[in-house]
Ligand binder design. Structure first.
Ligand code: TXA
Ligand code: MG
Length: 320
């Protein structure tokens, strides 16, 4: 199998070629095509008022796994979910008075709220990285708004760049960074804000962004030196029982999660497909944790492609 891009191993992911992505100007045709791709479980790059996002159906774990695969993201950071309006957000997250006040004043706009996720949200566990909170926002940009309406889905969307590179503010940035990895970019020119949304939890700013503390009306100054850096969160999902990595077989009483040739009580991907395994990972860990077994064992996962991200999450899960 040929390498589609240098320094990155191939693995199964959307139907793309080295000449992709296509770039279509914003308009009815582009939105219809993008919505069809979203409903087929693929990712599409679309501008927001902050940066171009790489959007996928937030209710389908396999579609969300495709985002990580396309970005080559080395760990499963929780993603922001985009919805068309406050009513849609309230069906996914639990709002208190302060959150509702902020939403009323700044949505649609570059504000992300971290809130408790509703148990019946329908959002894939891979989006929240297994946390019981969710980051959610209502974007202002016409292209993202049109895609939300046409697809009828809540859309998970990190910045549309390969992991470790600069966030894209133009369609060309996306096409260069994700060449060969995604089918479509909707081009609506440069993004207005150019930096990612301000993330707020309670009365704290977790990530500074286009909306300042002063604009938000917070007493506190923007955090200085003690930012909870995106992706540096310690509060990732961790099972309540010991996790035994690189297990070729279950030891007495262990709940074995298999992969490839190692068949378990459940198996992340019998065919050894890493994207499928990533899509199933958090659900499998939750089931293993809820089982009667006193410990969890997990088959070896290859350290390549999105397997690096799976292993990162597994090491965190095993760390007690
Ligand atoms: O402007 C933006 O926010 C862009 C556009 C595309 O909307 N999106 C974006 O998403 O920057 P992303 O996935 O790159 O950044 C999400 C960040 C994570 O790195 C994480 O720090 C934080 O949001 N986050 C997500 N869920 C969280 C949670 N439950 N608790 C705390 N932080 C969370
Ligand atoms: Mg980013």
């Amino acid at each position: 199998m040929p390498l589609l891009w240098s320094g990155f191993p191939p693995y199964s992911s959307p139907k793309v070629s080295p000449t992709n992505p296509r770039i279509l100007p914003y308009g009815t045709a582009a939105i219809a095509e993008a919505a069809a791709l979203i409903r087929a479980g693929e990712c599409v790059a679309v501008p927001t008022e902050t940066v171009y996002g790489l959007a996928a159906d937030a209710t389908e774990s396999r579609a969300v796994a495709g985002i990580y695969a396309a970005k080559g993201r080395p760990s499963f950071n929780p993603l922001i979910v985009h919805v068309p309006d406050l009513a849609a957000a309230e069906r996914i997250a639990l709002f208190d008075d302060r959150a509702r006040d902020l939403a009323t004043r700044f949505w649609p706009g570059p504000l992300t709220l971290v809130l408790p996720v509703r148990p019946d949200s329908g959002i894939a566990a891979l989006v929240t990285a297994g946390l019981d909170t969710i980051a959610i926002r209502v974007p202002r940009h016409r292209a993202m708004q049109a895609l939300l309406e046409a697809s009828g889905k809540p859309l998970a969307a990190p910045s549309a760049n390969a992991s470790g590179s600069i966030s894209p503010t133009r369609a060309e940035h996306v096409a260069k960074s994700l060449a060969g990895r995604i089918p479509l970019v909707i081009d609506d020119g440069a993004t207005p804000a150019g930096v990612e949304s301000t993330i707020v939890m309670g009365a704290s700013i977790l990530r500074p962004g286009p909306l300042s503390a002063e604009e938000l009306g917070f007493e506190i100054a923007a955090p200085n030196g003690r930012i909870t850096a995106p992706g540096q969160l310690d509060s990732h999902y961790a099972p309540s029982k010991p996790v035994h990595l690189d297990a070729a077989a279950a030891e007495a009483g262990e709940y074995l999660i298999g992969f490839g040739p190692v068949a378990g009580i459940e198996t992340l991907s019998a065919s050894g497909d890493l994207t499928e395994a990533a899509a199933n990972l958090f659900d499998a860990l939750h089931r293993a944790d809820a089982s009667d077994a006193p410990a969890i064992a997990i088959a070896p996962i290859p350290e390549r492609g999105i397997g690096v991200a799976i292993n990162d999450r597994l090491r965190r899960a095993a760390h007690r």
